[in-house]
Structure formats: C-alpha cells, structure tokens
Design a protein around this ligand. Structure first.
Ligand code: ADP
Ligand code: MG
Length: 353
C-alpha cells in the first residue's frame, strides 16, 4: 500500500515538475517574442526615420534643381530676346569643328550603328553622326522614316550599343555605361515616345506611372502624391487625372501625363521621339505649346525628333537634317527652310511648303 502511495506521490511530483518546466519554457518564449517584437519595432522606427530623411533629401534636391533651372530659364529668355543663336559646325568624319562651350551638356561624336541583318549582311543605320546640345537648347533632328533618328536616340539612352563613336554627358563618357551609372544617366535624360499609351502600364493609374521614378528614388508616398498633382497641373491636367487609368483618357491627355512622368525627376535633357506625331493637328499644337512652356519654366534641353520639318520649325532653335543615317545639313529652322543647300533638304522643304 505504502509502495503504491509512494508511486502516486512520485508521479504527482513528476507531473508538477513537468508543468513547471513547461511554464518556464513558455515564459522564456514569451520573453524572447517580446524582445523580438521590440527589436522589430525599433527597426521599423529607424526605417521610417531613414525613409522620411531620404524623402526629405529628395524633395530638397528637386527644389535645388528647380532653383538652378530658373537661372537657365532666364538665360534662355535672354538668348531668345537678343536674337542670337549659337551655330555649331559639324563635319561627318573627323570633327575639328565640333564646337563645345561651357554650356554644352551633350556631345555626340562620330556615332555609328551597324546592324547585322541575317542573310543581308551589314547595314549602317547611323553613320558618323556628330552634334552637341547646349543647356536650355532645343535641337531638332529631322529626316524621313528610316533615316536613323530613333537609332540615335536608342544609343544615347543605352537601349542599343553604339558600334562606333562616343556620347558624353556633362563631360562624362556615357557611351557604354551600365548598372548604377546607367541609372544615373536616366536621371538626366528622359524620353517621351510617339505612342502616349506606351509610357504607361494599363493596369495602373496615371498617378502611379507619373510618380514611379520618384518612388524609385526614395520619395515617400505622401510627398510623391503631392509632387504628382503638381506635375499633372504643370502639364495642364487636373490632379484628379492621377486616379484615372490610361484607357480613361484621350491620346493628348495621355501624352501630357507621359510628359509629366518624364519631367518628374527634373531631367536635364528631354528627348521627344516623334512625340506629337500620333496626335491630331490641334492636339499636336497644344502639346507643342506645353513643351515650349515647360522649357521656359524648367530650363531643360530638348532633343526633338520628327519626320515633319513644319513641326520642328515651330519649336527648335537649331536643326540637323538626317538622311540615310548621315547629317546632311545643319542650321536654324529659318536657314534650312529659306536656303536649303543639300538636295535632300530641298526636297524635304518642298514637301512641307
Ligand atoms: N534592331 C534593328 N535591326 C536591324 N535593323 C534595324 C533595327 N532597328 C532599326 N533598324 C533599321 O535602321 C534604319 C533606321 O531605323 P530608325 O532609326 O528606326 O529610323 P527612324 O526613326 O528615322 O524612322 C531602318 O532602316 C531600320 O529598318
Ligand atoms: Mg523613329
């Protein structure tokens, strides 16, 4: 009997021991979980602080850029009112006359692209093209379809490798940049394409598309929304357009949003590749007016590409005429239209008049 009692006692002891251990384990786990939660909270707090610091920095950086742009915009006004226009001399092979001044931001030197077509051998789409683009300048590249305009743009924006030649931006060779340097390049050079709807993801609203580069550069959601509304307004759209989807706007409105997207991080250069070609004439005029206004306001430089000399004449300070991948003539739009020297340019002018 006593033995049995002993056994019961022992079992009871064992059980209390076990539950004690379980309790201790649970307490230990709870303490650990608490510690973990505290650590996570601290980490999140630090991240929020870091994010808002980053966002603040981004807002400050944009404000600084804007102030700087104001100075350039004034310079453009002065140049425009004094009636002077810088003329650059180009020669297709070697470029002793490629005029580079303190105001030059982009230098394209002997840029060449050879495509290897299957069964057809080599095809030179861009042939030793050289030009400069200055701060606040609008440089036009005009030429018929297939003359190599988009290929030049693709090499400048690194969508295509150059076969030969160099591209430098603010004195830095960017011909073959990759990775971080390429992302840096995109902060300075942005594009507006021919098809407005190509600039946006149909599944996201326009606000999301316009603000994408801001978010990618660390701006907070709140600051991005504010900046998107500001950008849309600058481009002649009500802030409510931010919540519309691409299919809910017209081609002209979508192109305005595409311009807002392109100027979001204040690029130095805006490349417009046939940016108004898909729009009907009145809308085209309005978008051109917007581009003129933005250039004055922000002091950007434009590389304005079009097959249409009449459009180029309305907006550009200087024009390059491209034919079969080569620059055949350069001058102010008036010079080109009033006294074309090259036979191809003469044809181009006649087709416009
Ligand atoms: N990836 C490619 N492969 C082969 N040929 C191409 C490629 N891209 C463009 N081309 C050719 O290069 C020439 C110039 O094209 P492109 O630069 O698009 O002309 P543009 O923009 O002036 O209309 C065209 O003859 C075109 O067919
Ligand atoms: Mg093209």
């Amino acid at each position: 009997m006593e033995d049995k009692n002993d056994e019961v006692k022992k079992t009871k002891e064992k059980l209390t021991d076990k539950s004690k251990k379980a309790e201790e384990k649970a307490a230990k786990e709870a303490a650990k979980a608490k510690e973990r939660a505290e650590k996570e909270a601290l980490k999140a707090k630090r991240k929020t602080a870091r994010d808002s610091e980053r966002s603040k920095k981004m807002v400050e950086k944009l404000a600084k850029k804007k102030a700087k742009a104001g100075i350039y915009a004034e310079t453009i006004e002065n140049v425009a009112s004094s009636g002077t226009s810088a003329i650059h001399y180009l020669s297709p092979e070697d470029n002793p006359n490629l005029e580079i001044t303190d105001d030059t931001i982009l230098v394209v030197n002997n840029l060449t692209k050879v495509f290897h077509k299957k069964g057809q051998g080599e095809f030179t789409a861009v042939d030793h093209v050289s030009f400069t683009l200055n701060k606040g300048e609008c440089l036009g590249i005009v030429g018929e379809s297939g003359s190599g305009k988009s290929t030049i743009v693709k090499m400048i924006t690194r969508l295509l490798d150059a076969t030969e030649g160099t591209i430098s931006l603010n004195g830095k060779d960017v011909t073959n940049v990759k990775g971080k340097d390429q992302r840096e390049l995109y902060k300075n050079i942005q594009m507006v394409f021919q098809m407005p709807f190509d600039s946006f993801d149909p599944r996201h609203n326009l606000g999301c598309g316009v603000g994408e580069s801001l978010r990618n550069n660390g701006m907070s959601k709140e600051d991005t929304n504010k900046r998107v509304a500001e950008l849309l307004e600058m481009c002649g759209l009500e802030p409510e357009f931010a919540s519309r989807y691409p299919h809910q706007v017209s081609g002209g409105q979508c192109q305005r949003a595409a311009i807002a997207r392109a100027i979001a991080i204040d690029p130095e250069i805006l490349i417009c590749d046939e940016a108004t070609s898909a729009l009907d004439v009145t809308v085209q005029r309005q978008v051109l007016d917007l581009l003129v206004e933005l250039r004055k306001k922000l002091g950007m430089s434009y590389l304005f590409i079009s097959h249409d000399l009449a459009v180029v004449q309305q907006i550009c300070d200087r024009v390059l005429v491209l034919y079969h991948g080569k620059i055949v003539e350069t001058g102010t739009p008036d010079e080109i239209i009033n006294s074309p020297k090259d036979p191809y340019t003469k044809n181009l002018v006649e087709s416009v008049l």
